[in-house]
Ligand binder design. Structure first.
Ligand code: SF4
Length: 124
C-alpha cells in the first residue's frame, strides 16, 4: 500500500536521552501507532506516550533570594504529564534560589526523573 492511510501524524523530539532523535508518530486507522526516526526502543515508548498522555510545558515560580522580585518564573524544558503536574508544582514551591541568575539557568535538573529540567524563564 502507498502512503496516505494514516489518520494523523505528529513530529516530536525524543527527550529520553541527549541524542534527541526526531520522531515521527503516526496513528493508523486501527488506532495502532507507528514510530519512526528513533535510534532505540525507548523512543517508541516515548513517542506513543506523547500521543496518548495529555502533557504540557509547565510554568511556575520558585522563591528568590536577593532579587528585586520575590519569585523567579521558571519553566520545564519539555512536557510534563498532567498527572505529575501537582508534584512538580510542590517542588517548585519548596525550591529557593539566590540571585543573580541568568535566563536559562537550570534550577532543577531532571525533575521527578521525567527527563526534563526546570530552567529560569528570565534573569534575576
Ligand atoms: S530514541 Fe533512543 S537514542 Fe533517540 S533520543 Fe530517544 S532514547 Fe535517545
Amino acid at each position: 500500500m502507498f502512503g496516505g492511510n494514516f489518520m494523523s501524524t505528529i513530529k516530536k523530539t525524543c527527550k529520553v536521552c541527549p541524542v534527541n532523535c526526531e520522531l515521527t508518530i503516526e496513528k493508523d486507522i486501527d488506532d495502532s501507532y507507528i514510530v519512526t526516526g528513533n535510534n532505540c526502543g525507548r523512543g517508541v515508548d516515548y513517542g506513543i506516550k506523547a500521543m496518548t498522555t495529555p502533557s504540557r510545558i509547565l510554568t511556575g515560580r520558585v522563591l528568590l533570594k536577593n532579587g528585586n522580585m520575590g519569585r523567579l518564573p521558571v519553566k520545564t524544558t519539555g512536557v510534563v504529564p498532567e498527572d505529575r503536574i501537582e508534584e512538580c508544582l510542590a517542588i517548585f514551591n519548596s525550591t529557593t534560589v539566590t540571585a543573580p541568575i541568568k535566563m536559562g539557568t537550570i534550577i532543577i535538573e531532571n525533575i521527578l526523573d521525567l527527563n526534563v529540567d526546570v530552567i529560569a524563564a528570565r534573569k534575576a
